[in-house]
Design a protein around this ligand. Structure first.
Ligand SMILES: *[C@@H]1O[C@H](CO)[C@@H](O)[C@H](O)[C@H]1NC(C)=O
Length: 294
């Protein structure tokens, strides 16, 4: 499912780290160019508002995307996104963290477009040590094309929380004791891309992208939402030192009662699919399911 945006990633990734310097203490980007680089020409990645906003444009000429210049290991990573409005059927807006191959780790938000007036689906997935197949799908409780909303990851040594406007929509705990792999050693870059996913995105591929509705535009803000441990020259030692980072404090090791209520509310009212309850696919639920469900 992730094939098309992987192509973007593979083409552009090798150049990402050329400008890393060991003495750099750069941390949170203020404007797009501080922390990110485009993966398409400037007709398809438009930097606007003095670098405070980027618009990704999908048309018949090209798909579009960007990626962070640096990689991160643990932290709180958020961005504000306004999704493709109108007839977005067939489009996929992917927003994700990914490490390099082999055995890569990846945390995905994939927004599946729809015909005008019909709801987007938000699909999430977790790859750990190269293995994914952990899809969940929800509808959102707002129109994600009307305004910017905040989408993020709280990622520490104990858990990964997928957040929408600060509400947890999914948790993936460190279940190493159950033999479940956990992303905790490979730095990940942040990527986003907008591409034609007609083959599967809308009503399972039934509704294709309609180029007469192009250009398709998704917008991004708040580039300083990268509050995470930056990895320089593949040295992860400072990031795995759990005492030095706010996100490792005890308050962030588990979901509190408010977060549990919010997660339950999302599950009960907006969840469409959960691999953990797909008994055709998994007659026995994968081991992490028992602790990741509330
Ligand atoms: C699109 O709308 C249809 C009809 O409401 C719905 O069944 C479907 O889940 C929606 N989303 C996607 C991505 O297909």
């Amino acid at each position: 499912m992730a094939k098309l945006y992987k192509e973007i990633w593979i083409v552009f990734n090798p150049k990402i780290h050329n400008n890393v310097s060991t003495t750099c203490i750069w941390h949170r980007p203020n404007v797009f160019s501080d922390g990110f680089q485009p993966f398409a020409d400037n007709n398809h990645v438009r930097v606007v508002e003095n670098g405070q906003q980027v618009d990704l444009i999908l048309d018949q000429q090209a798909a579009s995307g960007f990626g962070s210049k640096y990689k991160y290991l643990f932290g709180h990573i958020t961005m504000q996104i306004k999704l493709v409005a109108g007839n977005s059927a067939g489009t996929v807006t992917a927003y994700y963290l990914s490490s390099d191959n082999p055995d890569h780790d990846e945390l995905d938000f994939e927004f599946l477009g729809n015909v005008s007036g019909q709801p987007y689906i938000l699909q999430t997935n977790v790859y750990a040590h190269g293995v994914g197949n952990r899809e969940q799908r929800i509808n959102l409780w707002f129109d994600p094309t009307a305004d910017f909303h905040t989408y993020g990851f709280l990622w520490n040594t104990n858990q990964i929380i997928f957040q929408v406007d600060d509400k947890p929509i999914r948790v993936y705990k460190n279940n190493a004791d159950l033999g479940v792999p956990y992303p905790n050693s490979k730095p990940m870059a942040l990527y986003s891309s907008l591409w034609d996913g007609s083959q599967w995105a809308t009503q399972g591929g039934l509704i294709k992208l309609d180029w007469t509705s192009a250009p398709f535009v998704a917008s991004y803000r708040n580039f300083d939402g990268l509050d995470a441990c930056t990895v320089y020259n593949n040295d992860i030692s400072s990031c795995v030192a759990t005492t030095s980072h706010w996100w490792e404090a005890s308050a962030f090791q588990t979901l509190d009662n408010t977060q549990l209520d919010e997660l339950n509310w999302v599950r009960q009212n907006y969840q469409l699919y959960d691999y953990c309850t797909d008994t055709k696919r998994y007659p026995t639920p994968p081991p992490e399911c028992s602790t990741n469900s509330v």
